[in-house]
Design a binder for this molecule. Structure first.
Ligand code: MEV
Length: 327
């Protein structure tokens, strides 16, 4: 039996635009997904999943990803929770040259599903490392990143960048532009996260931005403007200028709103954070619902979010320099 974990992340800048080759800067945070894997003596998968937004359920099905699990929760929830696990298992079977390996898998996550904190990338990266190790093979963090990206591409039907998976596999602050993925030095960043209790459908949101961009020049210009802003953000990060980072996060949120991926709940958390004196605030991840990230050293933003109707949970987070690891 092997347990591996990987961190969630917030986007300082650049989600969505990164899908079209612009740079993005996600940062791993100290909330992790843990995946425990035990090989079975048949080729079936049994998945038990729990996270902040799921009370927990178990599904068992044959080793083929098109099998229909028989469980008493909505099919879309099951698909969301197991799709990435299936894709991670496929990668591990391939890496260890064990195409018929079956597993009992337990997923425990401190990151809500589909809420912009990178739960799918963290589960995928941790699942690939745990299952590969259970089969007696080993992968480096960058090999896990690459395989996790292939897994996300399969689940999201080609709509994925390397940003989430590289960040989760290597930890820390990273910069991703197309296939170019590297680690960045970052100052201490006082992250405050607000969660509306909901989730967005990453595939549908990415597809929506793609359609907008194909139809309207303003949307293509907005994607390019996000790229410019990320380059300014990198300079601010290098200079340790947290006030400038905050201002650029505010701009980034406005540009994401123009692309149609914000939501009333996300906007109201962003404005509550700004009114409380945060240096900046924006949605993080695909949007549509889920989480915002603000920068505030004081307690004010956390307090404001705690009392904001529509904000279900708020917490501080720190940069986590530990990527995927065996526990
Ligand atoms: C989702 O966490 C981030 C997006 O940019 C999609 C991706 O990069 O794969 C919206």
């Amino acid at each position: 039996m092997v347990t591996a974990s990987a961190p969630g992340k917030v986007y300082l800048f650049g989600e969505h635009a990164v899908v079209y080759g612009e740079p993005a800067v996600p940062c791993a945070i100290d909330r992790r997904a843990r995946v425990t894997v035990e090989e079975r003596d048949d080729d079936h998968l049994r998945v038990h999943a729990e996270d902040l937004s799921l009370d927990g359920f178990t599904v068992e099905y044959g080793g083929r990803t098109d099998a229909n699990p028989d469980v008493d929760v909505s099919q879309s929830l099951v698909e969301a929770a197991t799709g990435y696990v299936d894709a991670a298992v496929a990668q591990a079977r391939d890496a260890a040259d064990a195409p018929r390996a079956g597993f009992d898998i337990t997923v425990e996550s401190e990151i809500p599903l589909g809420a912009g904190l990178g739960s799918s990338a963290a589960v995928t990266a941790a699942g690939i490392l745990a299952a590969t190790r259970e089969l007696g093979a080993d992968l480096s963090a960058t090999e896990v990143a690459d395989r996790a990206y292939q897994a996300e591409l399969a689940v999201q039907e080609g709509n994925a960048s390397r940003a989430d998976t590289f960040c989760s596999a290597t930890g820390g602050a990273v910069r991703v532009e197309g296939d170019d993925c590297r680690s960045l030095d970052a100052p201490e960043l006082p992250f405050v996260i607000g969660f509306d209790g909901g989730a967005g459908d990453t595939g549908a949101l990415v597809a929506g931005v793609r359609e907008l961009k194909d139809e309207y020049d303003f949307a293509a210009d907005t994607v390019a403007a996000i790229g410019d802003l990320v380059r300014n953000g990198e300079a601010a990060l290098g200079a340790g200028d947290v006030a400038e980072l905050g201002q650029l996060m505010d701009f980034n949120h406005g540009l994401l709103s123009a692309l149609g991926v914000s939501a009333r709940s996300l906007d109201s958390m962003v404005w509550a954070a700004r009114d409380a004196g945060a240096l900046g605030a924006k949605l993080t991840g695909a949007g549509g619902g889920g989480c915002v990230v603000a920068l505030d050293e004081s307690e004010e933003t956390e307090t404001a979010l705690r009392y904001l109707p529509g904000c279900e949970e708020t917490f501080r987070a720190e940069l986590d320099i530990q990527g995927v690891r065996v526990e």
